[in-house]
Design a binder for this molecule. Structure first.
Ligand code: KIV
Length: 292
């Protein structure tokens, strides 16, 4: 049973207590979830960054509940052994209680084991209700991309004393409301340390230094799939953009010089296939030998 290996929210806390780092990465589709399912990554975030990296929008604001549910369902099919957090999209949890809960229902029924929402102000009552309803909630403070216009752009948060105190207070309030962990995005590392030490729940950093209880990165950033923008907190563990571009170039060349498809990559008529069949090969008409 692949679910048996899946982390749960108690493991998150245990990892913090044991000083074991928690690794989180975003995923939005079946194929990348499948690859992640074969790694030691602890948790997948189906982030509303999907609106940007999968759909080409300039912000996360165009993400909808339907969009997030679709991505969550694909990821859940690909990574049955991973703890999946579904991001609640822009304003989907700032409406009536019924609408908020229906949005959360859609994400959970798509296959998430928890939801994430941004900010503490105005969310604490809902978080208590959601947690009391049996749904784990991950908080998210610092640079909260859904508030990009209120924040005056994508900027590091908590750099002065007033906002440092405000963020520390937000973190404590999210813990009190029942969050099982909190994302700290783009804050000074000293503040991330202060928040991490003040909380009993794990902090997951992105652009928040190395001393948080875990790290999260957008998959496309860590695979180097975008060339244009790279904030300094991103490390590209692969030059995916160039590798994919080169592979596509090789494909075009191979088609043009007719080296693709080769004889081995082509089908033959039944008598010719029979003559060439490898020993034990039963049905050369089958696309997936051994499969259906
Ligand atoms: O949507 C997302 O990918 C996120 C991470 C950057 C934390 O919220």
């Amino acid at each position: 049973m692949p679910e048996a290996n899946r982390l749960n929210i108690l493991d998150f806390k245990k990892k913090k207590q044991a000083g074991e780092k928690i690794t989180v990465v975003t995923s939005y589709d079946y194929w990348s979830a499948k690859i992640i399912s074969e790694t030691d990554i602890d948790c997948i975030l189906v982030g509303d960054s999907a609106a940007m990296v999968m759909h080409g929008h300039p912000t996360t604001l165009p993400a909808t509940v339907e969009m997030m549910a679709l991505h969550t369902a694909a990821v859940a099919r690909g990574a049955k052994n991973k703890f999946i957090v579904g991001d609640m999209p822009f304003l989907s949890y700032r409406k009536s209680l019924t609408e908020n809960m229906n949005a959360i229902l859609a994400i959970m029924q798509a296959g998430a084991q928890a939801v994430k929402l941004e900010g503490a102000d105005g969310n604490e009552e809902l978080i208590r209700h959601v947690v009391d309803s049996g749904v784990p909630v991950m908080g998210h403070i610092g640079l909260t991309p859904q508030s990009v216009f209120q924040l005056g752009g994508y900027r590091v948060q908590g750099r002065d004393e007033k906002s440092r105190e405000w963020l520390l207070d937000q973190a404590k309030r999210l813990e009190n409301a029942g969050c099982f962990s909190i994302v700290l995005e783009c804050i000074p590392d000293e503040l991330a340390v202060e928040i991490t030490q003040a909380l009993s729940i794990p902090t997951i950093g992105i652009g928040a230094g190395s001393q948080t209880d875990g790290q999260v990165l957008v998959l496309h950033d860590l695979l180097g799939l975008f060339k244009d923008m790279k904030p300094k907190f991103v490390r590209r563990f692969l030059d995916g953009y160039e590798l994919i571009r080169e592979a596509l170039g090789d494909y075009v060349e191979s088609v043009k010089d007719q080296s693709f498809p080769s004889k081995e990559e082509s089908y033959q008529s039944a008598p010719a296939a029979k003559a060439q069949a490898a020993p034990g090969e039963k049905d050369p008409g089958k696309l997936y030998p051994g499969g259906s």
